[in-house]
Design a protein around this ligand. Structure first.
Ligand SMILES: [Zn+2]
Length: 274
């Protein structure tokens, strides 16, 4: 288990570093590979040792080696966040990998974990891009839907859990449909990007059952309401300010994916239902 968590965390650092590139370049339709990593201020090309996730930022004390301009704390923050969430996912979602007894079960469990990791990476990128640009790019959502659907199909093939694919489809239709309804009633409060993102969330959480799917519906709205109230009280937003909903969706869905089961058990126990 420890090895799995460590592997996932290191993978998270590398993916987090790539997410920084996605967050800054994808909304402007820039190439993700060309030019290579460089200082935003002076254009100084980063040597390989200046481009190591987290460590380089710490070693350079958050400044460009060439011109001394501050490098945004967002870079190491995204890398650290991705690494931590990947590690937690390995521990919670990845549990069946350790418990599996035959190769087919292991392949299925790995596919489920990879789907979760892909979703977490997409959720981080979407939240950051929505905050910056108020958009949820199709170029992240569409490929994510395809990749996660394929991984879940592989998991069903190797585990025989075909029933899970049914809740996947129902999850996608339920959450996507609900957001579509909200967008239809309140077009200024919710955009089509939110609807497509909701479908992706339903697709991901559906594999883990109805409890997770329902939690994945409630949590983003709960978080969104808290965020709106806090911003209103802090007078950072008026009643007509459009607050991007993507970050609340990412936070709610990721919490559900990683801690949904204990959260649901606790909640039901609170009402004497379990
Ligand atoms: Zn520079």
């Amino acid at each position: 288990m420890t090895v799995l968590i460590a592997l996932a965390a290191v993978l998270g650092l590398v993916i987090g570093s790539f997410l920084n590139v996605v967050i800054y370049r994808l909304p402007d339709k820039q190439s993700l590979s060309q030019p290579g990593s460089h200082c935003m201020s002076c254009g100084h090309r980063l040597a390989w040792w200046e481009n190591i996730p987290l460590l380089s930022w710490l070693a350079l004390r958050g400044r460009c080696r060439s011109c001394g301009t501050r490098i945004s704390v967002q870079y190491p923050a995204v890398e650290a966040l991705t690494a931590v969430l990947f590690g937690v996912a390995a521990y919670t979602v990845g549990q069946p990998i350790v418990e599996a007894t035959d190769p087919a079960q292991i392949i299925a469990a790995v596919a489920v974990l990879l789907a979760a990791l892909w979703f977490i990476a997409a959720a981080i990128a979407l939240a950051a891009i929505d905050l910056r640009t108020k958009l949820l790019p199709n170029r992240i959502i569409y490929p994510s839907i395809v990749v996660i659907a394929v991984l879940e199909t592989v998991a069903a093939m190797f585990s025989g859990a075909w029933g899970n694919l049914l809740t996947v489809v129902l999850g996608l239709v339920t959450i996507g449909g609900l957001y579509l309804l909200v967008a239809f009633i309140s077009p200024r409060g919710m955009g089509l990007g939110d609807v497509k993102y909701a479908a992706l969330i339903g697709l991901t959480l559906g594999w883990h059952g109805w409890g997770m799917t329902v939690t994945g519906i409630i949590l983003p709205f709960l978080i969104g309401a808290v965020v709106a109230i806090v911003l209103l009280l802090a007078r950072r937003a008026g009643r007509k300010t459009g607050i991007p909903f993507g970050p609340s969706m990412s936070l709610g869905a990721t919490i559900t994916l990683l801690w949904g089961k204990p959260l649901l058990t606790w909640y039901l126990a609170l009402w004497g239902l379990a």
